[in-house]
Design a protein around this ligand. Structure first.
Ligand code: M6R
Length: 357
């Protein structure tokens, strides 16, 4: 039930701090250490390459998950859109492990790939919010998101839950391989949960941003570098899906290779700046688009901010910033859709789970 909330989407955005804490608790053992079924950890360690398969928002979570698994657990990862993978199977490594990410566990495009790779004799792990779902039943292993039912068509709390579970999977695998980590993930995810609360309490500011940047525009672009680019892709999907504003996410460095031609006077550009290593470069990209008339909305992280920024998110571990930086994008999309009187929870032409290919 949505209770006093006007929309499920808003309720589900607000549930994210709670979901974060629930995930930490569900994946902790009695000593407070993060833990995952031994057979899943073994499957990770047996693999010479991991193939993440997913669609839509879950695919975007997979892009972030690749960073965790490669940087923390040191296993190479490829991320594929399920509908593409199905018709164009890449050359596989000798010992692949497939990870399916699906909130519903029912997405037909992903299931088609699962059936195929099982036939080929490969192992599969499903990360899903729905115990007993098709993708969970048909895979060898399952990890649950513990996000509670997600009703709004636009996925919000499932995305952050997917990223959190992927970070835990990477951490537990890394530890089992004797790799040293320079942070304590339980602590870092706790900091994330607190930061999420701060953002959920800043709704008025995001409503103002939506009004200022998106009230009359036909299009909007999201830019970022590295992990911020992936969050930008998710921000663009959220915005277009519920507000029908044409929105695209671009890698900052790609602008000059074509996209910058789209910038007109007043074009809103939402730029993410949460990564120290690329902070100067992304700000350089903002200058380039501003010189062509763009209206920049910069969302940065504490410690990297400048005076021109529209919103500064609290500081969290650099790898985990997607868990935080996506919340302003979710809320800005929500208010943009609301201002345009769109059906926020049930956007046109879309279904919550896509069970046809
Ligand atoms: O249930 P799944 O995670 O497999 O669904 C995948 C996509 O259909 C889904 O994420 C879709 O892109 C959302 N509506 C995005 O908000």
């Amino acid at each position: 039930e949505k209770g006093t909330y006007p929309h499920y989407m808003l309720k589900e955005i607000d549930e994210q701090p709670l979901v974060m804490r629930k995930i930490i608790q569900k994946y902790q053992n009695e000593n407070g250490e993060l833990t995952i079924d031994q057979e899943i950890v073994e499957a990770m360690n047996d693999a010479d390459r991991i193939y993440i398969i997913a669609a839509g928002t879950s695919y975007h979570a997979g892009l972030v998950g690749k960073q965790f698994i490669e940087k923390i657990a040191k296993i190479p990862v490829e991320v594929h859109i399920s509908s593409e993978f199905g018709y164009n199977i890449p050359l596989l490594s000798e010992k692949p492990l497939f990870i399916f990410i699906s909130q519903s566990g029912e997405t037909a495009d992903s299931r088609a790939v699962l059936v195929n790779v099982k036939k080929m004799g490969h192992k599969a792990l499903t990360i899903t919010n729905v115990p007993g779902s098709t993708l969970s039943r048909e895979a060898d292993y399952t990890l649950l998101l513990h996000a509670g039912p997600e009703i709004a068509v636009a996925s919000t709390k499932a995305y952050t839950a997917q990223i959190a579970v992927l970070s835990i999977l990477a951490e537990v695998t890394a530890k089992s391989r004797g790799l040293e980590l320079d942070f304590n993930l339980v602590q870092e995810l706790g900091i994330v949960a607190n930061a999420m609360e701060v953002l959920c309490d800043a709704k008025e500011e995001f409503e103002d941003i939506a009004r200022k940047f998106l009230s009359t525009t036909r299009n909007a672009f999201f830019i970022g570098r590295g992990i911020d680019y992936y969050v930008g892709l998710e921000g663009a999907l959220k915005l277009k899906e519920i507000s029908y504003i044409q929105a695209e996410g671009f890698a900052g460095g790609e602008l000059k290779h074509g996209t910058i031609a789209l910038i007109e006077n007043g074009t809103p550009i939402i730029a993410l700046a949460t990564q120290e290593s690329v902070n100067l470069s992304i700000r350089g990209n903002v200058k380039e688009v501003v010189a062509r008339g763009a209206n920049p909305c910069i969302i940065s992280m504490k410690g990297l901010e400048t005076e021109e920024d529209s919103f500064i998110i609290p500081e969290v571990n650099e790898l985990l910033t997607p868990l935080i930086s996506v919340i302003p994008l979710q809320l800005i999309s929500y208010f943009a859709a609301l201002h345009r009187e769109c059906d926020v929870d049930k956007p046109r032409n879309l279904a919550k789970s896509v069970t046809v290919e």
